[in-house]
Design a protein around this ligand. Structure first.
Ligand SMILES: CC(=O)SCCNC(=O)CCNC(=O)[C@H](O)C(C)(C)COP(=O)(O)OP(=O)(O)OC[C@H]1O[C@@H](n2cnc3c(N)ncnc32)[C@H](O)[C@@H]1OP(=O)(O)O
Ligand SMILES: O=CC(=O)O
Ligand SMILES: [Mg+2]
Length: 721
């Protein structure tokens, strides 16, 4: 339990007050008094609306729950369903045609297209890595993953496998041929890359056995530099930089016919430092930890010291990259991804601050004020945004009134912190069904500050199940994702975004690649995102960013967007078309396997959340595929079980038996973790086991099917033990 201090009528956890007054405010022209006064009035003005919005969610859900038993699934009488949604205010009137008018956005948002990395900001080591993931080694990403087959003679082995290395050279050359083609030759034919300088500047020389050749587009050569690593040659295609490192003495370079020791490419153009679904932050200490890391990123002085491969390493933010431009002039290139921060949504309350009635305040309101305050350091330093913008990603909003509410909170934060109007930009997650159905109205509500829309299909799938809980049993979770509703959702997001003028002004983003170790599969599938017209799509790691970046060289996203501009928007009928499952279509074994798979995923995720405070984990599924699990994926699995329980496909005893059985499997999988606390020895005494089970058994009554309330309460119970 926190010790509180009084600040302008609020009770603030002492450690949070200390952080704000001695760290976050230090060096800014904002006094502690004005900050606390501003926060107090923010809370007083907005908490009633925050509560009202949550009540509306519950009220609408109740009416939808009541409708289905009388009428059946939406697909059985779509017209009637749509009229009903209009009547209850779930479906809003669509605004007339308009274009967004957001100003002062960085080119990483408006023009450059590339991967968007997400990272739990609670983990400084990873957060720094994400900020530095603007550039990544293509050689490392290819060599270190299944992007190059690991079979037979290509298997990585214990020491460097030169055959695998050669396959890496060839794949890298294929990339160079695609992005930087050579007149009448291939990069595979090049035996020397060099620079020639004269009074007019620098020129790239490519030597083959049959003589000198030229890039098709000589303007793709941008500059060069020399360092103790070798000669660095800077190229650019589709706005994205790539660098060849030439060094004949290097261990890798000497094996390459043209001594290319590495190909490094621009990878994560932006990174979302996440305060939401990938973190476990349940009390004032956790929030202060998160805010401190974000402050460090915004001040540029975050560092973390840790042991890696038996060596102490200190990680810091990378400095800008320096080159000599083609014109002979010094050239600075950004080395860090553009930092965005994801706040929490409107649901959760935080007792890090209590209001005048001793009630916890909206955590989203607190995040808005504190993450903006921290980002004000960058407004002075300009090492992150070059245009004076603060980028806040706002998740889990339902409909346009909730978006308008978030924007109003931002306006008031700007006012009390003395920031120009619309300094805070909003990234609207399109991840709740009511937002997808009213997307145009949602964008309209944020039209002056919106910097992205993004299809968070994981939360969105959880909400799809929860919203139609009473319609009937849902399909197994992998099948849900290939249904027509999801295609309509993804398509509508792009076409509506384009019709509201996002192209060239803001991002249309797509969702997470949730199989962090399956890079070959990602390379095949995720090109679908830029091909659909997405400026960016989420990746779980820097390596995935480097590989996904290749897709943005292959696809000209702005051309796709131009082509899709006149495409009609998929109808609501498709959006609401998720079918109910015919229970007879699944065998008892299939039902059991789906239940076990969901139970394993929930347990594997929850046990680390509750016992160790880890909000995002790699967890094996029943087929031994490592999956990224966060609160959104846990929402899907728990809602899926809750739905089958509700419709009698599984019984409560069966669910308990499955969790008990899978707890043993999860315990075995974690046997190598010295901090791990086993569940299966005594499930009745394991807070984590109970939390996992509750998420499924109590799933139908969780607000929108969210996992946060049970996870937070369970972690707090664990900490009190
Ligand atoms: C539905 C949604 O909301 S999706 C958004 C939420 N999800 C996320 O944010 C996913 C973020 N990703 C992660 O947390 C991790 O990649 C996990 C949990 C999936 C896997 O983590 P691990 O098991 O530790 O990964 P693994 O062992 O393969 O790699 C660790 C290395 O990769 C780096 N790394 C992994 N993920 C990231 C990341 N997202 N950002 C930066 N670095 C990362 C680590 O820094 C570490 O390198 P280091 O030793 O040099 O520090
Ligand atoms: O936040 C992303 C999602 O898919 O949910
Ligand atoms: Mg989400």
């Amino acid at each position: 339990m926190s010790t509180y201090v009084n600040r302008a009528g609020l009770k603030v956890a002492a450690e949070l007050a200390d952080f704000i007054e001695h760290k976050a405010l230090s060096g800014l022209d904002v006094t502690a008094e004005s900050f606390w006064q501003g926060l107090t009035s923010l809370v007083e003005t907005h908490m009633p609306e925050n509560r009202a919005l949550l009540n509306i969610r519950a009220e609408l859900q109740k009416q939808i729950d009541d409708w289905h038993p009388k009428h059946g699934p939406a697909t059985s009488q779509m017209e009637n369903y749509i009229s009903f949604l209009k009547e209850i205010g779930y479906l809003e009137d669509e605004p007339a045609s308009f274009q967004i008018s957001t100003e002062n956005l960085d080119p990483e948002i408006t023009h450059l297209c590339g991967p968007q990395l997400v990272v739990p900001v609670s983990n400084a080591r990873y957060a720094l890595n994400a900020a530095n993931a603007r550039w990544g080694s293509l050689y490392d990403a290819l060599y270190g993953t299944d992007a190059i087959s690991r079979q037979g003679e290509l298997a990585p082995g214990k020491t460097y496998n030169a055959i695998r290395g050669k396959a890496v050279f060839e794949r890298a050359a294929a990339f160079l041929d695609q992005a930087f083609p050579i007149n009448g030759a291939s990069h595979n034919d090049v035996i020397g890359y060099s620079i020639s300088q004269n009074g007019d500047g620098a020129q790239l020389i490519l030597q083959t056995a049959s003589g000198e050749v030229q890039l098709n587009n000589p303007d793709a050569f941008h500059g060069f530099s020399e360092s103790n690593k070798g000669l660095h040659i800077l190229l650019r295609h589709h706005g994205l930089f790539a660098e060849l490192l030439i060094n004949s003495a290097d261990m890798i370079g000497k094996l390459h016919p043209a001594h290319v020791a590495d190909v490094t490419i621009e990878s994560a153009l932006s990174a979302i430092q996440d305060c939401e679904d990938s973190v476990a932050a349940v009390n004032a200490a956790d929030k202060v930890h998160i805010y401190s890391n974000w402050l460090g990123l915004m001040r540029g002085d975050l560092e973390d010291t840790f042991e890696k491969n038996g060596k102490q390493t200190t990680r810091r933010l990378n400095p800008e990259r320096s080159y000599t431009g083609r014109d002979g002039q010094p050239l600075k290139i950004r080395s860090r991804s553009l930092q965005l921060v994801r706040n929490v949504g409107h649901l959760m309350m935080s007792d890090a601050i209590l209001d005048k009635n001793n009630d916890p305040i909206g955590e989203g309101i607190m995040d808005a004020a504190v993450t903006t305050l921290c980002a004000m350091h960058d407004l002075k330093l300009k090492t992150n945004s070059q245009t004076g913008a603060i980028y806040i990603v706002k998740p889990k909003m339902h409909g346009s009134r909730e978006v308008a509410f978030a924007c109003q909170v931002f306006t008031d934060v700007e006012n009390f912190l003395g920031l120009p109007k619309n300094t805070i930009k909003i990234g609207v997650m399109d991840e709740e069904r009511r937002t997808s159905a009213n997307l145009k109205a949602c964008i309209f509500a944020a039209r002056e500050r919106i910097f992205f829309i993004n299809t968070g299909f994981l939360d969105r799938t959880g909400d799809e199940i929860h919203t139609s809980m009473e319609a009937g049993p849902v399909l197994p979770k992998d099948q849900i994702k290939s249904e027509r509703w999801l295609l309509a959702y993804e398509n509508r997001n792009v076409t509506i975004g384009l019709s509201c003028g996002l192209s060239g002004k803001a991002q249309i983003g797509k969702g997470m690649w949730a199989k962090p170790d399956d890079m070959a599969d990602m390379l095949t599938q995720k090109i679908g995102h830029p091909k659909a017209g997405a400026n960016c799509a989420w990746v779980p790691s820097p390596t995935a960013a480097t590989l996904h970046a290749l897709h943005y060289h292959e696809v000209d996203v702005h051309a796709v967007q131009r082509a899709r501009l006149s495409e009609p928007t998929a109808s609501l009928e498709y959006l609401f078309s998720m079918p109910v499952l015919d229970p007879q279509s699944l065998s008892a074994e299939q039902i059991q396997r789906e239940l076990d798979n969901n139970a394993q995923g929930i347990l594997g995720y929850v046990v680390r959340w509750v016992d160790q405070g880890i909000g995002c984990s790699k967890v094996l599924d029943i087929n031994n595929v490592a999956l990224m699990e966060d609160r959104a994926t846990c929402r899907i699995s728990s809602q899926a079980i809750a739905n089958w329980l509700r419709h009698g496909l599984v019984s409560q005893e069966q669910v308990l038996a499955s969790f008990t059985h899978m707890a043993r499997t999860v315990d075995e999988q974690n046997a190598g973790d010295p901090l791990y606390i086993r569940m299966s020895d005594n499930p009745d005494r394991s807070v984590a086991f109970k939390a996992a089970l509750d998420l499924a058994i109590e799933g139908t009554v969780q607000s929108s099917g969210y996992t946060e309330p049970i996870l937070h309460a369970s972690r707090l119970r664990f900490l009190e033990k």
